[in-house]
Design a protein around this ligand. Sequence first.
Ligand code: FES
Length: 213
Amino acid sequence: MAKAAGQRQVWFVHGCRNGEFHAFRSEVNLLAAQHPNINVHYAYSKPSMADQGNYHSEGRVDGALLQRLVNVPADYFLCGSPPFMESLIAELKQFGINEASIHFESFNKALPTVKAVEANSDAAFPGAKVEFSDSSNSSTWSGEDPELSLLSLAEAEGLMPPCACRAGVCGTCATKLLAGKVNYINEPSAAVEPGEALICIARPASAQVKLKL
Ligand code: FES
């Protein structure tokens, strides 16, 4: 959210996967209808046919989008996961936004203990081969860093899967799991459809994992 100094204009910018994962849409729409100075922008990373007319841009919320929308001196109030905050703050600074004008609150969940993960019958699988079907890329999840997510592994291979919160909250990173099993570094908040995985908090739980990426 950004508030333009002296003009009392407010931009409320919300990013998520699509309408299925869009929290508080009707409440925000109602507030915007009651207050003409509130400008709403919804960015969907994977809109569905049913979302036509309900969102404003396709892709993730980034510094370029905020600059295009706000384009006047403003204060920025950001909320999301720590990695999302870090990248957005860095991008806003690149656009010359003063640090004092950037306010943020990050959300995250506590990680389970190693013991709890080991007790899970689908425990993480060091040495697992991870295939990315669309790009014909593959990699190995070594297990050296037990908190390395499949999203980070894919990014290390040069892929850019859609993501936002990177904490299992928004559902943006949901990806088809074509083969193998995964487990989660922490319990997801977002709904996960059968046959999909939230790769921002997932890691291999079988010798081979194949993702539609
Ligand atoms: S990026 Fe939000 S759930 Fe994965």
